[in-house]
Design a protein around this ligand. Structure first.
Ligand code: SF4
Ligand code: SF4
Length: 116
């Protein structure tokens, strides 16, 4: 991975992005050479362009099953995605959603523990 600045550095989503880079992007078979970040390399992935919406969709759910997360993803993220009906869709996030949910919930757990 590119060790330079990342897309959400300095924002409330920085920790989510870092965790997703570690657990999702590291396993992505669509990762371009020198990525991530992938957007500056011309690859538009939901992980990067929709991160705030993705985090919000995951926060709506807390389940041991993936089905409700998939539903929120399609309704709240994909429905408004700028990639829809372009060659960039479906993106890697469609296939790596489970890992992304785990990463987001791991950050939430850490934040909760830190706040206690
Ligand atoms: S394509 Fe998406 S999931 Fe894959 S490395 Fe790039 S940002 Fe991460
Ligand atoms: S699967 Fe398609 S619509 Fe959904 S986030 Fe990825 S590119 Fe956007």
């Amino acid at each position: 991975m590119n060790k330079g600045a990342d897309l959400y550095d300095g924002t409330e989503f920085e920790e989510y992005m870092a965790e997703i880079r570690k657990h999702v992007c590291s396993r992505c078979i669509e990762r371009p050479p020198d990525g991530p970040p992938c957007q500056p390399l011309g690859k538009r992935c939901g992980v990067e362009i929709n991160l705030p919406q993705l985090v919000e969709a995951v926060h709506k759910e807390h389940s041991n099953w993936m089905a409700p997360y998939i539903e929120h993803f399609h309704e709240d993220v994909c429905a408004h995605c700028v990639n829809r009906q372009t060659e960039h869709c479906p993106c890697a996030l469609e296939f790596l959603l489970e890992l992304a949910v785990e990463a987001i919930e791991a950050v939430d757990e850490r934040k909760q523990k830190a706040a206690q």
